[in-house]
Design a protein around this ligand. Structure first.
Ligand code: MN
Length: 321
């Protein structure tokens, strides 16, 4: 099996690349020159590792609605995902994968409740994503990928492997100009167009901080409860996929601002994933910056919580080009 080659970097390196204007806009503290962030050396990233032949890249790049002699626009080339990721570990129970040529990405989050039993709470999320990735790798090239079918097969295979734990998961695939999804729980995604939020998945949870989750015994919440759907996407749209370590720490409006500013500054998917993860990490460690997690806690539990939520943070950014 081909493997994604991880890139190792530190959060301090990422921190330096968060523009000051963005820092100010999001109300983050001023950068300290010699800051050594806790968790440094624990950031792993991937960039799309399945490079297309340069001729195909040129075809895709030339997708500017060519006009024929009659003045009619020719059909656009299918979109593809130029993706990259950043994973800041806390307990190391998140997992993800992506395949550029197949246009498929996935993110999963092992539910930490199992940890106290001395069980590897990341085994099920890693099993899900490894299985899904292997299925994409071994599929006939050009075969359309149905995210629900892929998630269902990955789930069955992971249960059969006797992996421990529970996990939320989201898988998305491109089919022409449709972006399809299947997800269970609060692993989530957002699609941005022209710097504005176009679509955001709705978390599935039973109560505060208790998302729907698949488990290793094949019992509990059912795969058939997965939310499935699709939206029409187009050239230039930006997809952000992540675990709750992202979405419980960064408000949608701030993520929108990050994407808008990153796009204006010409960020690559890699740089955008790093900066979004860096911001999420900074909020996660804060005891005062407000977050969706604290806001929900105040609303749903009636407490006075402030600050972020420390968790594994997975951010995957795909430019649809
Ligand atoms: Mn999490």
């Amino acid at each position: 099996m081909e493997a994604l080659e991880p890139i190792q970097q530190t959060l301090s390196e990422i921190d330096k690349r968060i523009p000051d204007a963005l820092r100010a806009a999001l109300g983050l503290r001023k950068r300290r020159a010699s800051i050594l962030l806790p968790g440094d050396a624990y950031v792993t990233s991937f960039v799309a590792s399945f490079q297309q032949p340069s001729s195909q890249r040129r075809d895709a790049a030339a997708d500017e609605s060519p006009v024929d002699n009659d003045g009619a626009a020719e059909p656009r080339a299918p979109l593809r995902m130029d993706w990259a990721s950043c994973y800041a570990r806390h307990h190391d129970e998140d997992a993800h994968f992506g395949h550029e040529d197949a246009g498929v990405v996935g993110v999963a989050d092992g539910v930490g409740g199992y940890r106290k039993n001395g069980v590897d709470a990341g085994a099920f999320s890693r099993g899900l994503m490894t299985s899904a990735f292997e299925q994409v790798l071994t599929a006939e090239p050009g075969t359309p990928v149905c995210p629900y079918t892929l998630l269902e097969r990955a789930y069955e295979e992971t249960v059969a492997s006797a992996a421990t734990g529970r996990s939320t998961a989201v898988i998305l695939s491109l089919a022409g100009t449709a972006l399809k999804w299947a997800y269970i729980g609060d692993s989530a995604f957002a699609v941005f167009r022209d710097g504005a939020l176009l679509h955001r998945s709705q978390r599935q949870q039973k109560r505060f901080n208790c998302p729907l989750q698949l488990n290793g015994r094949g019992s509990g919440d059912s795969i058939t409860q997965a939310d499935v759907g699709e939206i029409a996407v187009r050239h230039g749209d930006v997809l952000v996929v992540g675990t709750d370590g992202l979405f419980d720490n960064v408000f949608d409006a701030d993520l929108e601002r990050l994407v808008r500013m990153g796009t204006a500054l010409g960020f690559s998917p890699k740089n955008m994933a790093d900066v979004v993860a860096g911001v999420a990490y900074e909020i996660s460690m804060s005891g005062s910056t407000d977050s969706p997690y604290s806001s929900d806690s105040r609303k749903l539990r009636g407490d006075r919580r402030r600050g972020g939520k420390q968790d594994d943070i997975t951010v995957l950014v795909a430019f649809l080009i």
